[in-house]
Write a protein that binds this ligand. Structure first.
Ligand code: IPE
Ligand code: IPE
Ligand code: MG
Length: 254
């Protein structure tokens, strides 16, 4: 297959983009950022150190995604099931957006990134919610990369919510039951303003979906990357994009 590649073109991180087809960059990349705990354990450090380091990776990957012209980057930050972890770990993770945005918001603004969320964010602690709302507010007119944090997000709960919303519309006679189709359910999910991800990456070698975007990934390409999330970097992201570009997407056709 012939590929137009930008010879010698490098991104701000100085990574060679040779053989990356800039005309075939997925619009929407979703990432299950997994392996923070194991990264810390390997270094005999408490798990929270892994979460701290993982936050640094979020910065790197966001900047790289923006440089590459990815339009939507959805990051699985905290699942509806992650509340079952020890309270001290949950508290630490809940405080990360506060830290993250304090240090990174100016750069996000400068890069024209728009911060958004999916998930049941009203159940987050007040300080977390405040930091997120502030970031959303300060980036709301930005027109570049949409950085979507999935926080207290669960795919099944999202679908249940969508079904309830449709039921209410039927009851209110806004729609008829036969109006319900895939498109209408999609438009009643938290992801309604985003296209489905073409590419889903999970780090840390685990090969499961863990309740992430279960409706939206029905035809996404899955890449399971062996790196633990704190070790994931721009080079790995570009490797994933190259793998994606060599996949043949068929959507059930021939
Ligand atoms: C992912 O890393 C971050 C969250 C789920 C919040 P983990 O904390 O799951 O790390 P491992 O899988 O235990 O190594
Ligand atoms: C998925 O990772 C959730 C996030 C990355 C936020 P988990 O570590 O919670 O998933 P399991 O428990 O290994 O399936
Ligand atoms: Mg994990």
């Amino acid at each position: 297959m012939f590929k137009k590649s930008r010879n010698k073109k490098k991104t701000s991180s100085n990574i060679d983009l040779q053989e990356l087809d800039i005309h075939n960059i997925p619009k929407h990349v979703a990432i299950i950022m997994d392996g923070n705990g194991r990264w810390a354990k390997k270094r005999k450090m408490p798990r929270i150190k892994g979460h701290y380091q993982g936050m640094q990776t979020v910065k790197t990957i966001t900047k790289q995604a923006s440089d590459l012209g990815i339009e939507y980057l959805t990051l699985y930050t905290f699942s509806t099931e992650n509340w079952t972890r020890p309270e001290s770990e949950v508290n630490y993770i809940m405080n990360l957006p506060v830290d993250f945005l304090k240090t990174f918001l100016p750069e996000l603004i400068e890069k024209n990134v728009k911060v958004e969320t999916i998930g049941f964010i009203s159940n987050l602690p007040n300080s977390t919610l405040k930091a997120i709302e502030q970031a959303k507010d300060q980036t709301k007119n930005n027109t570049g990369l949409k950085l979507i944090f999935a926080m207290n997000y669960g795919g099944r709960a999202e679908i249940v919510d969508g079904v309830k919303a449709l039921y209410r519309k039927v009851q209110a006679k806004e729609i008829a039951i036969d109006d319900i189709d895939e498109e209408l359910l999609s438009s009643n999910l938290m992801t309604k303003s985003y296209p489905d991800p073409e590419l889903l990456i999970r780090t840390s070698g685990e090969q499961r979906i863990s309740n992430f975007l279960i409706w939206q990934v029905s035809y996404s390409e899955f890449i399971f990357n062996e790196k633990l999330w704190p070790d994931f970097d721009s080079e790995e992201l570009i490797k994933c994009l190259k793998i994606y570009q060599n996949r043949q997407r068929r959507f059930g056709g021939l």
